[in-house]
Design a protein around this ligand. Structure first.
Ligand SMILES: CC(C)(COP(=O)(O)OP(=O)(O)OC[C@H]1O[C@@H](n2cnc3c(N)ncnc32)[C@H](O)[C@@H]1OP(=O)(O)O)[C@@H](O)C(=O)NCCC(=O)NCCS
Length: 332
């Protein structure tokens, strides 16, 4: 069987311009900057305007990634679009993006949903399609308009999330290039699926007048402590396993990019795997938890600032509703 290597050939991001600070939340609900900062490390987040959708945000991010990669959009073989709540249930978001990018080659279009872990799930799927010689260029999106399902009523969840889109172009690497995927792990613990969920709005529980009257049409249920503990344990386990199996170890690791949900979670994971602070890349203070957009946005910013360079090793790990989790180790 053909075996090729995968590289990141382009990165992009989009953030809405509207900034919502912790102090803005103080005016909306019984919370305060100190509580949010101490528990999460978040200071502010971006909130999309009504006309900013997951597709429009991902279009801007994708254009950046395509320009960086220097390819023609029609060279894209597949669009893999991770979105937890799409703009529209069907057609899928990837098809909307194909049109928005002016791609006319009839490439494959697929949406996936593993919530906040979805970008790394998509990365693993894309890597396997490239490795096996099926496709050469896959546009991977993590785009989330979390404000669309955030009722801004429940202080337990409202302060945690933000809107963004991240795009990564994954391409077949030449044999001479050092870029490659060194390992991936995916998993999910459905016994904890009720600890982070949005029960209403799907086919099983369509939005009714009664649900609206109870103010539950945008209800996100979360047991923060169950999510916190599971996230730390699983991300630390996946990280340690990837570092060990690859033979890289911590000394061989340049950058650690965990899902940007909460600074305390990031620090706890780093402590469990003994990762020094200077290897961790984090922007959760500025953007909060942008779900599946968090890792591709962070990669884009670190590449753009010159922090991440070709040949660097990067460990990424994420968790999300499911409770899904994922880890991917690459040489950039
Ligand atoms: C949500 C989270 C920040 C809460 O932190 P915590 O240390 O578990 O919270 P604590 O137990 O110290 O505090 C809970 C109390 O704070 C209150 N509280 C919750 N949100 C608050 C807010 N925004 N402002 C002020 N008080 C708040 C709760 O009502 C509760 O009050 P009570 O004790 O009177 O019932 C934390 O559990 C967490 O980050 N979990 C993971 C969530 C996550 O990442 N989800 C997304 C996954 S992709």
């Amino acid at each position: 069987m053909a075996s090729f290597k995968t590289k990141i050939s382009g990165t992009g991001k989009y953030h809405p311009t509207k900034v919502m600070t912790n102090f803005d939340f103080e005016k909306l609900m019984d919370t305060n900057d100190q509580w949010i900062t101490e528990r999460t490390g978040i200071k502010e987040r971006r909130i999309a305007k009504p006309e900013e959708t997951t597709v429009s945000m991902s279009t801007a991010a994708a254009k950046m990634a395509i320009t960086e990669a220097g390819i023609d959009p029609n060279e894209i073989d597949m669009i893999l679009f991770q979105v937890t709540m799409p703009d529209q249930f069907f057609p899928n978001s990837a098809s909307f993006l194909q049109e928005a990018l002016g791609i006319t080659n009839k490439c494959a279009c697929l949406d996936i949903n593993a919530a906040c872990s979805g970008y790394l799930y998509g990365f693993t799927i894309a890597d396997s399609l490239i490795k096996n010689g099926i496709y050469k260029n896959i546009l991977l999106i993590g785009a989330e308009k979390t404000s669309a399902f955030n009722g801004f009523k429940d202080r337990n969840t409202a302060v945690l999330f933000g809107d963004a889109a991240g795009a990564t172009l994954l391409s077949r690497a030449e044999r001479s290039e050092s870029s490659e995927v060194l390992g991936t792990i995916l998993g999910s613990d459905s016994s904890k699926k009720d600890s982070l969920a949005m029960p209403n709005g799907g086919a099983a529980s369509p939005i009714t007048k009664e649900i609206i009257e109870r103010g539950e049409e945008k209800l996100v249920v979360m047991n923060g402590q169950v999510v916190f503990k599971t996230a730390v344990k699983t991300m630390a386990q996946y990280s340690a396993e990837l570092l060990e199996k690859s033979g890289l170890g911590l000394d061989g690791l340049d950058w650690f990019i965990p899902h940007q949900a909460n600074l305390r979670i990031i620090e706890a994971v780093a402590q469990m795997v003994n990762c020094p602070a200077n290897k961790i890349i984090s922007n959760v203070d500025k953007y909060a938890n942008t779900s599946s957009a968090s890792i591709p946005v962070t990669i884009n910013e670190a590449v753009a600032s010159g922090k991440i360079k070709r040949g660097d090793t990067i460990l990424m790990t994420a968790f999300g509703a499911g409770l899904t989790s994922a880890g991917v180790l690459i040489r950039y």
